[in-house]
Design a protein around this ligand. Structure first.
Ligand SMILES: [Zn+2]
Length: 147
């Protein structure tokens, strides 16, 4: 079955799957269906520009319904739970380079976090409070610090 596309290179399935909890994937996709517009914004505004600069992007987590968010230990206020954030890697590229590029590329992002092994990026206004947009953090698995 062909999955609907959210943008030229990113599919609905890619932004709503969960490798670590396959049993929750169907439920997650069902609940994600009302968030298609926001997921599409996420792809157009953030993921496509990263792909254009660095090559194919692999999304490891996008929308998380409450059950999935709890299963992965996400906080309830996570932008993942609002279909406003994605975690991704860029195979063969140094995540530090990708992180630094996102910070300086003039993208309209809410938050970018260099996580241990992936990058978290979220939508900015009007989805995230203006004063909290453009925030860049580094997380070492225990603590966040400003980049
Ligand atoms: Zn994340």
């Amino acid at each position: 079955m062909k999955t609907p596309m959210l943008s030229e290179h990113f599919s609905f399935d890619e932004l709503t799957g969960c490798d670590k909890h396959p049993a929750l994937a169907d439920k997650n996709r069902l609940e994600a269906s009302v968030f298609t517009f926001k997921l599409s914004e996420l792809c157009h505004k953030l993921l496509e520009p990263v792909r254009a600069q660095f090559g194919p992007v692999v999304v490891t987590s996008g929308y998380r319904c409450p059950a999935l968010n709890a299963a992965v230990g996400g906080v309830e206020t996570s932008q993942h739970a609002a279909a406003e954030a994605a975690d991704f890697i860029v195979p063969g590229r140094d995540l530090v380079d990708v992180f630094e590029w996102i910070r300086g590329a003039g993208l309209d992002f809410g938050q970018v976090i260099l996580e241990p092994g992936w990058i978290h990026v979220s939508l900015g206004e009007p989805y995230r409070e203006a004063g909290k947009c453009g925030q860049a953090l580094i997380y070492n698995g225990k603590n966040y610090r400003n980049a």
